[in-house]
Design a protein around this ligand. Structure first.
Ligand code: URA
Length: 275
């Protein structure tokens, strides 16, 4: 195999296992690090006076919420609750340190579309294209979503609130390699999502895929049982509930085109409800 072919194969392997983000500017030669670690330990040096240490923080869990899920969610609730506008909420998310995904993502992906729209769509998490552009649903799944919206007369770019949609995701940062979000990441960011809905005040909600449907409706069923049904969604700070329909995720439809039949029924039901 030529050197080029070997490099391409190595890159493909890394991409397939999800190692597709550079986390340091300079590469680390882990084989040399391993060799250093195996060297015999030198005799102990004379004791050195240690500076006073900061009080120990609670150990972070390994679930994507660096402070521990409960602590992260508490911080998120305080920060999100203080936001009085969507712009303030975006700034609060950008400053939030309770979700480790922020440090592997390229961009914060907050929302796209018309904030005056009657319909708010909530997806799962940004993918590669979304992470690069800082906008939700701009990759292949987003293109299919735009086509489905157009079929029922909706458009994320429309100025008329009756024809527009507003689009966001449960997580504002891309999980590395597009892996599924962990429960800890969802729990840490949930207060921001709840506040997002409170501030946006949609007439109707659409949950795209099982992650947003199950997290926001707190239901145990999978998306194939939830899709196409109307539920009532009420965030803690909302005076009244909003009708919400879970639908199949466009990325799922790309992998399972026969399921587009079901998706079409759901979009028609939404269109009917919008009158
Ligand atoms: N899938 C999602 O759930 N959201 C995006 O923004 C892109 C793909």
């Amino acid at each position: 195999m030529s050197e080029l072919a070997q490099s391409v194969a190595a890159l493909r392997f890394l991409s397939e296992i999800g190692a597709d983000e550079a986390v340091n500017d300079d590469p680390t030669d882990w084989t040399a690090v391993g060799a250093r670690a195996r060297r015999p330990t030198p005799p102990p040096a004379a004791p050195v006076q240690q500076p006073a240490r900061a009080p120990a923080r609670p150990a972070g869990n390994l679930d994507g919420a660096p402070l521990g899920t409960a602590e992260s969610a508490q911080m998120a609730r305080a920060a999100a609750g203080a936001a009085k506008t969507l712009d303030e909420l975006k700034a609060a998310l950008a400053a939030f340190e309770g979700c480790a995904l922020k440090h592997t993502a390229t961009n914060l992906v907050f929302a796209d579309g018309n904030p005056q729209a009657r319909v708010m769509l909530v997806g799962e998490a940004p993918g590669e294209q979304e992470d690069r552009q800082g906008l939700p649903f701009v990759g292949p799944a987003g293109m299919l979503l735009d086509r489905m919206l157009a079929c029922v007369g909706l458009d994320r770019k429309a100025e008329d609130p009756a024809k527009a949609v507003y689009i966001t995701n449960m997580l504002p940062w891309r999980p590395p390699g597009n892996r599924s979000p962990t429960d800890g990441e969802i729990a840490a960011c949930l207060p921001f999502m709840e506040r997002h809905i409170e501030l946006m005040k949609p007439d109707l909600l659409v949950f795209l895929g099982g992650i947003s449907a199950k997290s926001l409706l707190a239901r145990p069923e999978g998306i194939t049982r939830l899709r196409g049904r109307w539920f009532e969604y009420k965030a803690p700070g909302m005076a009244a509930a909003v009708p919400a329909m879970p639908m199949l995720h466009p990325a799922y439809l790309l992998r399972n085109p026969v399921a587009k039949r079901e998706a079409w029924k759901d979009w028609l039901a939404l269109s009917e409800r919008l009158g």
